[in-house]
Design a protein around this ligand. Structure first.
Ligand code: PDD
Length: 277
């Protein structure tokens, strides 16, 4: 008899719930999205759906109807009745006994949660501290893949140091992005961030932060920063769906500016928030 064991219970394999054979579980074989609403309105829904379609296509999961995904999101968002909601969803390739090669006829698995966005008023008012960590990720960080082990290790390292985010540094000493955010520096009249490449996620918030930066008169420079340049910047900030834009007031041991959110970060955040209403 083929058996499985779940915690300490032996179960015949044919009675095991398919979720235990989810390829997302075995291999992180799936892709995800996180979007949020502001006061009852989902922000950048189409941009997120477009990125999701790109992620699916990059890992060769085909046949997913994006219109159906949109309608599921709207239905769940409506059912939850949370005005400032975080909507998480993923699609895995499907369930099958563990094999690196996938079966051609798999049905993708869909999972979604709606929860309240964590309140980050304190972070927004006071800024956050960050710590650097090696970028150990694979070479296709532009895909929003469920494989987040390197990010998990980096984020947990930062949290253990009392920091709000880990900033990932590649083998050449260049900053790619945060473990869960895009990373920006204000240097003089410029807003600098890493260029889009396979090494970073094409963050939706990054795009809107760039637009906000331009609107407040900053010149945009898409060029990777070294750790030294970042530490020596006038202002630093991180950007992500769940946090929008948050000032970084300490970078490893270096206090940034006067240790409070800087002028441009505040202006940029205000401009960014005007896009969400
Ligand atoms: N993470 N870079 C990484 C590695 C990320 O995981 C995220 C977001 C971002 C910002 O992307 P966006 O602006 O599209 O949210 C950049 C989400 C929020 C998460 O994994 O929960």
């Amino acid at each position: 008899m083929q058996i499985a064991m779940i915690q300490d219970k032996i179960v015949p394999v044919n009675e095991v719930e398919p979720v235990y054979f989810d390829r997302g579980m075995f291999f992180g074989d799936g892709v995800y999205e996180v979007m949020r609403s502001y006061d009852g309105k989902i922000f950048a829904l189409e941009e997120h759906l477009q990125r999701f379609a790109g992620s699916l296509s990059s890992i060769k999961i085909s046949g997913v109807d994006i219109d159906l995904i949109r309608s599921r999101i709207l239905k769940a968002f409506d059912a939850a009745g949370i005005a400032n909601a975080k909507i998480y969803f993923h699609i895995t390739r499907g369930s099958q006994p563990r094999d690196r090669v996938w079966n051609a006829d798999l049905q993708p698995n869909f999972f979604l949660t709606v929860s309240a966005v964590a309140d980050n008023t304190e972070e927004k008012t006071q800024g956050i501290t960050v710590s650097t960590f090696p970028d150990w990720r694979w070479k296709r960080c532009d895909i929003k893949s469920l494989n987040l082990l390197a990010n998990v290790l980096a984020s947990t390292d930062a949290a253990s140091k009392g920091c709000g985010e880990a900033i990932l540094v590649d083998g050449a000493g260049l900053i790619t992005e945060g473990a869960g955010s895009a990373f920006f520096a204000v240097r003089g009249q410029t807003l600098q961030t890493a260029p889009l490449s396979a090494n970073i996620l094409p963050s939706i918030t990054r795009e809107f932060a760039i637009k906000a930066g331009r609107n407040i008169g900053l010149e945009i420079v898409e060029k990777s920063l070294t750790v030294e340049q970042a530490a020596d910047s006038d202002e630093l900030l991180v950007a992500s769906t769940t946090q929008d834009t948050v000032a970084v007031v300490r970078f490893d041991d270096k206090v940034i500016g006067d240790g409070k959110p800087g002028r441009y970060t505040k202006l940029l955040t205000r401009e960014f928030l005007s896009f969400t209403v």
